[in-house]
Design a protein around this ligand. Structure first.
Ligand code: F2R
Ligand code: MG
Ligand code: MG
Length: 356
């Protein structure tokens, strides 16, 4: 675990879960805005940071509802159970259907319920005339898988990320996006503080994706041909090029080259870029918290703001830890304590036999 103590990892588990939640809650009011002015976001954050200001809390959306279900399933089952996870997704959706779920994933929930979870993979495989969803729903909820597999092999993390996504997203871009986001969280979590080199970090992601065998060769019917992880590797090369001249890169160029929509291919690399770009000051963003800067920058790109900010926040929180998360966010985000509790429980399961 590269010299990170188990205690420090607890802070990082908390940071990751809080980051996923904060990105979702802070980003949700701007979802589908074409872009968000930095002055608007500076005012927004300054207002929340002011202890005298009383505003309604920021509600979480489907990103958090599904992340909570993934975490709770891993906590309850102490392993990956596709049936339990699918049941938790469906229960959460029918309890609170107005959390802003994807337009088509709700058909998977309905089919899972109607078939009494008989074959949990089948409804997702039937989506979009059999091509499956390439939405970012599998990626946006995958952070707890990265935490749960922190002490396991990279291969185990990849397999669990893929399986957790396949419950709803059978298109290769849908589940490969979840794998990439899982690896991004995992590599941030396991990187010693202050030593992360952005180019090497991205190189590591490219290397792991490039070595991956074509997933689930035994289940080719679940994958659409020719839609492997190549698209993600290409985007990571673009990301490296953007990082190399980050001061001259406009937000418009980031959106044009990496994307900002609800597809996994046009949002996971963008979230990774937001995390890495925010390790340096960004002109126009007032916050000097690197954690918060990643979320503010992600939101400023517009489009799928809750989800890109949530994924960037999960990666940033895993790297900076809970001490990097400004305390005032806890006053404003719904379900803050629940995220902390799930982080603690996941940490306890992963490191139960290890001495601090
Ligand atoms: N749904 C939203 N935002 C819409 C506005 C919500 C509004 N703010 C409100 O309050 O109601 N956000 C959430 O959805 C995204 C995650 O979506 P997920 O879970 O991947 O769902 P789905 O339905 O599978 O895919 C999303 C859309 O992508 C397109 N799509 C996917 N695969 C496709 C394919 N093979 N062919 C064609 N189109 C495909 C469809 O338009 C899907 O509806 C997150 O942003 C989350 O925050
Ligand atoms: Mg959402
Ligand atoms: Mg979204």
């Amino acid at each position: 675990m590269a010299g990170i103590s188990i205690e420090a990892l607890l802070g990082r588990f908390k940071g990751c879960m809080l980051g996923a939640l904060a990105g979702d809650c802070l980003g949700a009011p701007f979802e589908m805005d074409s872009s968000v002015a930095l002055s608007v976001l500076n005012n927004y954050i300054n207002k929340l940071a002011d202890p005298k200001v009383r505003v309604p809390y920021k509600a979480f959306t489907d990103d958090t509802a599904m992340t909570q279900s993934v975490a709770q399933s891993l906590i309850d089952e102490k392993s990956f159970s596709e049936v339990d996870m699918a049941k938790k997704f469906v229960r959460a959706y029918y309890k609170e259907p107005r959390r802003g779920y994807g337009a088509n994933i709700v058909n998977v929930f309905a089919a899972l319920k109607a078939t009494n979870f008989k074959d949990v993979w089948a409804p997702a495989a039937l989506q979009f005339d059999g091509s499956g969803s390439y939405g970012n729903g599998g990626a946006m909820r995958v952070a707890p898988v990265a935490l749960f597999t922190a002490a396991a092999s990279t291969e185990e993390a990849i397999n669990m990320a893929r399986d957790s996504a396949l419950i709803t997203h059978s298109h290769a871009q849908g589940y490969n996006g979840a794998i990439l986001q899982c690896l991004a969280v995992r590599n941030a979590l396991l990187s010693p503080s202050s030593s992360l080199n952005p180019q090497e970090y991205v190189e590591g992601l490219i290397s792991t994706l490039s070595k991956m065998r074509n997933p689930r060769e035994e289940d080719q019917d679940l994958c659409s041909e020719g839609e492997g992880h190549g698209g993600f590797v290409d985007s990571l090369h673009v990301l490296q090029e953007l990082l190399g001249r980050s001061d001259q890169v406009t937000r418009e160029e980031v959106v044009e080259r990496l994307g900002n929509d609800v597809s996994a291919i046009n949002s996971v690399p963008t979230a990774i870029y937001a995390f890495l770009r925010a390790l340096q000051p960004i002109q126009g963003i007032e916050s000097d918290s690197e954690f918060l800067r990643s979320i503010v920058y992600a939101i400023s790109l517009g489009g799928d703001t809750d989800t890109i900010a949530s994924m960037a926040g999960a990666i940033a929180g895993a790297y900076h830890g809970s001490q990097g998360v400004p305390e005032f966010l806890g006053r404003h985000c719904e379900a803050w304590e629940g995220a902390l509790q799930q982080a603690e429980e996941l940490h306890k399961i992963v490191y139960k036999n290890d001495k601090p």
